[in-house]
Design a protein around this ligand. Structure first.
Ligand code: ZN
Length: 248
């Protein structure tokens, strides 16, 4: 691991090309907007990747040099190659890469495969959302007030088919629904952070608290740099070695 956190922001990057209202909000793509915020963090270096790039933006050279992968996908989940999903899953499980999954990424192959869930939840019309911090002592909540308002977001609602290891934020929506919307999963030796705001036709990635939470999430899920590789596989322990060492 280099001294900086090497972040790759992967975006399906289709809505921005075909929907004028999305293009108006994110002319260079949602990933570029998130990148411009993260780039202000001297500890982070950012790479952009998109589905229509060669190798779907994630050749081995990129994956193997990514400490934290951000994932935004929606209408083309099915196009993402299974072999790439498998590599991401293994890299997270081996503690070599952290994963941040945004908004509709809850139904991506990557989220479902790494977390081990259908990713199913309920959804509805765009409306006002209030994000409530339910664990102000959590590192991902650093610099975030007890609540903040997003004037327009897509309704995502419970039941969300996950049982997180750490819950940081919960959302209230104008129509009365709630959703656990900022949470951490420990999988293998790796960490996954899921955060719900970020519908393509809503301006949430221009909100300072949303950006700060994503930035905090990157720092929280980044792999530890111990200077050695965690052993892989399930090695058989040699009985004589154990006996010799423990007999002393
Ligand atoms: Zn959406």
């Amino acid at each position: 691991m280099s001294s900086k956190i090497r972040v790759t922001i992967w975006n399906e990057f289709r809505h921005e090309k075909h929907m004028p209202e999305v293009q108006a909000l994110y002319p260079d793509g949602m990933h570029a907007t998130i990148a411009s915020y993260l780039a202000k963090d001297a500890e982070i270096e950012v790479t952009l990747a998109a589905l229509d790039d060669p190798e779907q933006g994630l050749p081995d050279e990129v994956l193997n040099n990514t400490d934290v992968l951000l994932w935004w996908g929606h209408c083309a989940h099915h196009e993402v190659r299974d072999d790439i999903v498998a590599k991401i899953q293994q890299r997270v499980y081996q503690g070599k890469m952290g994963l941040v999954v945004l908004h509709s990424g809850h139904h991506s192959k990557v989220f479902r495969s790494v977390v081990g869930t259908t990713g199913n939840l309920s959804w509805g019309r765009e409306q006002k959302e209030i994000v409530w911090c339910v664990n102000p002592a959590h590192p991902i909540a650093a610099g975030i007030p007890d609540h903040f308002c997003l004037e327009l977001e897509e309704l995502y609602a419970e039941p969300f088919a996950v049982q997180p290891d750490e819950l940081v934020f919960t959302a209230w929506f104008e129509d009365g629904y709630i959703m656990r919307n900022g949470m951490v999963f420990n999988r293998g030796y790796g960490k996954v952070f899921y955060f719900q705001p970020g519908h393509e036709s809503c301006p949430s990635y221009h909100n300072e608290y949303v950006e700060r939470i994503i930035n905090n999430g990157v720092h929280y899920v980044k792999p530890n740099a111990f200077g050695f590789d965690i052993p892989e596989g399930a090695p058989c322990v040699h009985p004589h070695k154990v006996t010799d060492e423990f007999a002393k």
